[in-house]
Design a binder for this molecule. Structure first.
Ligand code: GAR
Length: 199
């Protein structure tokens, strides 16, 4: 079923709604197929959702490694390398990866971040956009490099910030765009097109 297709591994930490939109998109004439959903939390809800779609899943509990990032990443590499991914999509994966891990997959690892990078790398992006009085917010898909939430931008989608928005209402509006942007970027990326898109 993956013959001739790019093999995509998706890393998650939670519900995996972005993972689901990516997985659902990889059918028909799409150049890629999902081969693994990997979580750093065995109770991540997205694991069961992926399994329901028939996608192989694995979990490596980061808590077992007590801050030893090298050991955690070595464990993460086992199921990841076994899946022989061509492309790795971070989709709500909330662990910071070291440079040696990201370097290994340079040019093959994507991330979605809920801000208009380079604004607001890191956490609490929606509150920071509200606090700054921004009139626009959005999300970014980018190639992963050693620096957090940096790397070549492959696509961005914007939403308006509305009067009365809270971090939660803004996050919900941005998430709808995430679900459009990430599949659109992945389809192009898997076909070899890294030209940035704007939605
Ligand atoms: C998404 O909003 C994603 O952009 C964000 O976590 C959420 C995961 O939701 N990612 C980050 O903040 C990465 N630093 P999901 O599990 O439903 O896809």
């Amino acid at each position: 079923m993956t013959q001739g297709h790019k093999r995509v591994a998706i890393l998650i930490s939670g519900g995996g709604s972005n993972m689901m939109t990516l997985a659902h998109s990889m059918t028909g004439d799409h150049p890629a197929r999902p081969v693994l959903v990997l979580a750093n939390d065995p109770s991540a809800k997205g694991l069961a959702r992926a399994a329901d779609l028939g996608i192989p899943t694995a979990a490596v509990d980061h808590r077992a490694y007590k801050g030893d990032r090298a050991a955690f990443e070595a464990a993460l590499l086992q199921p990841l390398l076994a899946a022989r991914p061509d492309v790795i999509c971070l989709a709500g994966f909330m662990r910071i990866l070291t440079g040696s891990f990201t370097q290994r997959f340079a040019g093959r690892m994507l991330n979605i971040h809920p801000s208009l990078l380079p604004k607001y790398p890191g956490l609490h992006t929606h509150q920071r956009a509200l606090d700054a009085g921004d009139t626009q917010a959005g999300c970014t898909v980018h190639e992963v490099i050693a620096d957090l939430d940096a790397g070549p931008i492959l696509g961005q989608a914007t939403v308006p910030v509305l009067a009365g928005d809270t971090a939660d209402t803004l996050a919900a509006r941005v998430l709808i765009q995430e679900h459009r942007l990430y599949p659109a970027v992945l389809r192009r990326f898997a076909a070899g097109d890294r030209q940035p898109i704007t939605l």
